[in-house]
Ligand binder design. Structure first.
Ligand code: XMP
Length: 514
């Protein structure tokens, strides 16, 4: 699939996905493959350029990741970053020196020869770069020259201009290298002759064709949750096969206020998708009755979802395919040679469906990062609200209701959350915050309303800033906004008389409370 795009060989750097995103931002397609991707596979994939990522290993370590040196003879331009550069030097006859200590942090790069990667820079210019490496190159391989240096790294950027092979000791992909994007652009467009044709429009066209070829005359089913991924996936498949796609929307009784109506309105009424709305609230709430353990709740919601979905899907004729909104980071994770990280909470993605249904998967988003999914959605005319809504967990309000899940508490939670949402939008904060929601605590406290004593629930409000949900800091919402949210929740929502603001960051807390 890479043909004419860029191949990124991954040596385990924490920045590999960032390299991919920086390249995609230039509208050039790229794919990440583990460093074990073979010479033959590369010849077949026909990339226009290869980027070798950084990585934690030392080229001297036993079993250090390496490549077939034939890859460097293909005539395809190569950029080695950090470990990638050391490996190139090592394989082509340079000398790499084991470092006594890592060089880490900012450095000033002086441009010596503005060619290739540094095309467009001026000789003598100093630019800020971010270093993070252990070993370093001591002697260049034959045919290589230095094109930039830093006080500590005489070979900070090197090139074999005849063979179009480049190496940098620093990280052009990180924000701390502000002109790194210009270097990547020079490599992509000046050196490799890539074309900026990776656009939402071309993606939609190619993907719709691919779905048509895959599904043929058969039918497909999709679990539509109303979240960004399943919605964009459903829209793409519907564009390809029309009403041979049936979407099943399971209302589990754990959704936010007006959410079910809004999903039905947007996708059935506005976009004309064939949508089955299953009201399964009783089934979910009965199964959750009296259950207080967070993991148990997650498992119950997952299990009942599969039961309900399967029951509905079996009513459909000739369904051969299941649409899933798998994204590229999940695909990379499954390809990577590192093991999966420890499970803190089960069921971040609804699992189990494919095995129990015996359907072939259609995963139209498997090459996309989240921001690209939104761009594709925008290009298909999907509403801003659907594409930019805050993440919402699969187990829904069940995990925002510590202790037993009860209808009364869910009603309070829904009302409180609607007010919080409304006030954040009014203060123009909604789009700046990664995620905001309420939690209803399983305790009652004393209050006074008018002359009456009250004994009601406590609502905790939570808002976090984050880039990817992996780490998060609590949002510094202005006190006036917090005051309005609190006053409105206490005055307007019956059953709660106290509001607290959660000021914990992740780690060590998590975003959701359960
Ligand atoms: P935590 O609570 O682990 O959450 O810090 C990180 C992000 O993941 C969301 N989340 C889920 N998303 N199914 C999902 O699709 C789930 O079971 C689930 N649990 C948590 C959470 O809302 C946050 O954005």
């Amino acid at each position: 699939m890479i043909v004419d795009g860029v191949l990124i060989l991954d040596f385990g750097s924490q920045y590999t996905q960032l390299i991919a995103r920086r390249i995609r931002e230039q509208h050039v397609f790229c794919e990440i493959q583990p460093q074990t991707y073979s010479l033959a596979e590369i010849q077949e994939a026909k990339p226009r350029a290869i980027v070798m990522s950084g990585g934690p290993a030392s080229v001297f370590a036993e079993g250090a990741p390496t490549i077939d040196p034939g890859i460097l003879d293909l005539g395809v331009p190569v950029l080695g970053i950090c470990y990638g550069m050391q490996l190139i030097s090592h394989l082509l006859g340079g000398r790499v020196q084991r470092a006594d200590e890592r060089e880490y942090g900012p450095a000033r790069l002086e441009v010596l020869k503005p060619e290739g990667l540094l095309h467009g820079f001026e000789v003598g210019t100093h630019v800020d770069v971010w270093m993070s490496h252990g070993d370093r190159v001591e002697t260049l391989p034959p045919g290589f020259e230095t094109i930039a240096r830093t006080p500590n790294s005489p070979f900070a950027a090197v090139a074999n201009l005849e063979r179009n092979i480049f190496g940098v000791q620093f990280h052009p992909e990180v924000a701390h290298t502000p002109r790194g994007v210009e270097m990547l652009r020079a490599f992509l467009f000046e050196v490799a002759g890539c074309k900026p044709d990776w656009t939402p429009g071309s993606f939609i066209e190619q993907t719709v064709d691919a779905i048509r070829r895959q599904v043929g005359n058969r039918a497909a089913v999709c679990g539509l949750s109303g979240g960004v991924d399943s919605s964009v996936a459903a829209m793409l498949v519907s564009k390809a096969i029309g009403d041979r796609l049936t979407c099943i929307f399971v209302d589990n009784g754990l959704l936010r206020k007006h959410e079910a109506q809004s999903v039905v309105h947007t996708f059935r009424d506005h976009f004309g998708l064939k949508l089955i709305h299953v009201d399964a609230a009783d089934e979910f709430l009965d199964a959750l009755h009296g259950v207080t353990d967070p993991e148990e709740k997650r498992k119950i919601v997952g299990r009942v979802f599969i039961d309900v979905f399967q029951r509905e899907a079996e009513k459909l004729d000739d369904v051969g395919y299941l649409v899933q909104g798998t994204l590229y980071p999940d695909v990379i994770e499954s390809l990577s040679f590192k093991g999966p990280s420890a499970v803190i909470k089960s069921h971040h993605n609804v699992g189990g469906l494919p095995e129990t249904l015996h359907l072939e998967l259609v995963e139209p988003l498997r090459l996309l990062f989240k921001d690209e999914v939104r761009e594709v959605g925008e290009a298909m005319g999907m509403p801003h609200d659907v594409l930019w809504r805050h993440p919402f967990p699969g187990p829904g309000l069940a995990v925002r209701c510590p202790g037993a899940v009860e209808r009364e508490k869910l009603d309070i939670l829904r009302e409180a959350e609607a007010i919080f949402d409304e006030e954040l939008r009014a203060a123009d904060l909604y789009d700046k915050i990664w995620q905001a929601f309420c939690v209803i605590l399983p305790v009652r406290t004393v209050g006074v309303m008018g002359d009456e004593r009250t004994y009601d629930y406590v609502i905790a409000i939570r808002a976090v800033d984050s880039r990817d949900g992996m780490t998060a800091d609590w949002s510094r919402i202005p006190h006036e906004v917090l005051a309005r949210v609190s006053t409105r929740i206490i005055n307007e929502v019956r059953g709660c008389n106290r509001v607290c603001y959660d000021i914990s960051s992740k780690p060590p807390s998590t975003i959701e409370w359960e």
